[in-house]
Design a protein around this ligand. Structure first.
Ligand SMILES: *Cc1c(COP(=O)(O)O)cnc(C)c1O
Length: 385
């Protein structure tokens, strides 16, 4: 771990980086806990390298905050997390190929049962022990899960060899919607799931732990009585989209910023163009700057020609021309004193360059923007570890 001083020296050489604020992560966890029923725990969704934030650092901080449950998308993510020293429960949300199922046991992970046939296939493997699983129940998303209507198949999973059921969960597909239809459908999904639980209990099955909500389920249906919520995007301090209305409003603080540097400054004359395809034409003589970040770092090319802005020395500068693979250009006509080496903030706390706003310019949601931030970016962690 670098000391702050070493860090600032190292950073002078860094072309583009992600800054992670662990104090903000702590704040967001407290905010989420504030609206949950007391018996409900956070299962931290740290898939896709913790939405681009760095799975290991984020999970270690979460463990210090008392989080004991984690969710990842793939077996590989689960193994990395376990190897990094995380002691808590680790649930794999996706389907693990049946030939690799023994690794789930070896690394003490938990597998999601995506339907009855999958459970049967893994139970027929020659295994020396039991695989811990959660049964996913499909209540209307129609992605993964055994249908809520197939109660007998769900019950049969409990009796399969090599399978130890820890609980059940479902996933909502319209929990972010505030329209009547969305609310009615979400209520229906919740009811379908609760009926499955009710019938299992009635037939004497020990149901175990249950969970339903992800981020928008938490914000719009926080009072459901579950053992866990699966918190993803809001834990990282951002909403999926800007200006979304929710029933409960949390004071979220963005954990991540993206920064790069000014690498070259030039004056161009009226009529000159900037970048590939000559997509920007100067109307008058202006100063422009090259910035050391591009779409290969995860700053989307689709932000080109949208009026997207970045921040330099506390002022906004417009992105001009097409964003390149490793670089991009900005207009600094209205900003005084910009020098080579100055820091450019591309995604940050400022509300005009928040992840929500940048995602909107790029025609996507923050979940995609953040999770695609490039492996090539350096990482700086600030705040209490
Ligand atoms: C990714 C994922 C989550 C987290 O979703 P957010 O909207 O980011 O909170 C929760 N549950 C499942 C099954 C997921 O795939």
């Amino acid at each position: 771990m670098l000391l702050l001083q070493e860090k600032s020296i190292a950073l002078k050489k860094t072309r583009a980086w992600i800054e992670i604020n662990l104090d903000h992560l702590e704040h967001n966890v407290q905010e989420i806990r504030r609206i949950l029923p007391t018996s409900c725990q956070i299962m931290a969704v740290v898939k896709a390298n913790a939405y681009g934030h760095g799975m290991i650092e984020i999970s270690k901080k979460l463990e210090k905050l008392g989080v004991e449950d984690f969710a990842v998308a793939t077996l590989q993510e689960g193994i990395s997390l376990r190897k990094s020293g995380i002691k808590g429960n680790i649930l794999i949300l996706g389907s693990t190929h049946f030939t690799e199922i023994s690794y789930v046991m070896k690394y003490d992970l938990i597998q999601t049962i995506v339907d009855y046939e999958y459970a049967k296939t893994i139970s027929e493997r020659d295994l020396d022990g039991e695989i811990k699983v959660y049964i996913k129940v499909n209540t209307g998303m129609n992605r993964l899960g055994e249908s809520y209507q197939n109660l007998n198949k769900i019950k049969d999973i409990y009796h399969l060899e090599h399978i130890k059921v820890l609980g059940l969960f479902t996933h909502l597909c319209a929990a972010d919607g505030m329209e009547k239809d969305d609310i009615a459908f979400t209520r229906k999904q919740i009811e379908r799931f609760q009926k499955v639980i009710f019938h299992l209990k009635l037939s004497g099955y020990s149901v175990g732990k249950i969970h339903i909500q992800s981020s928008y389920g938490i914000l719009n249906y926080p009072d459901l009585k579950c053992d866990y919520v699966r918190a993803g995007i809001i834990m990282y301090g951002v909403h999926s989209e800007k200006d979304m209305d929710t029933r409960f409003k949390l004071d979220l603080k963005p954990v991540l910023s993206v920064k790069a540097r000014i690498t070259s400054i030039k004056e161009i004359q009226a009529g000159e163009t900037v970048g590939y395809g000559q997509r920007f034409i100067a109307e008058k003589s202006i100063y422009i700057a090259s910035v050391s970040i591009g779409y290969a770092d995860g700053y989307p090319r689709s932000l080109s020609e949208t009026g997207a802005k970045v921040m330099v020395n506390g002022k906004y500068a417009e992105v001009i021309g097409r964003i390149c693979m490793d670089q991009m250009m900005i207009c600094i006509a209205d900003i005084e004193g910009v020098k080579v080496g100055d820091i450019v903030t591309l995604i940050g706390e400022d509300s005009l360059i928040s992840a929500e706003v940048v995602a909107d310019w790029a025609g996507t949601i923050t979940n995609e923007l953040l999770s695609r931030l490039g492996a090539r970016l350096d990482r700086v962690v600030i705040g209490n570890k």
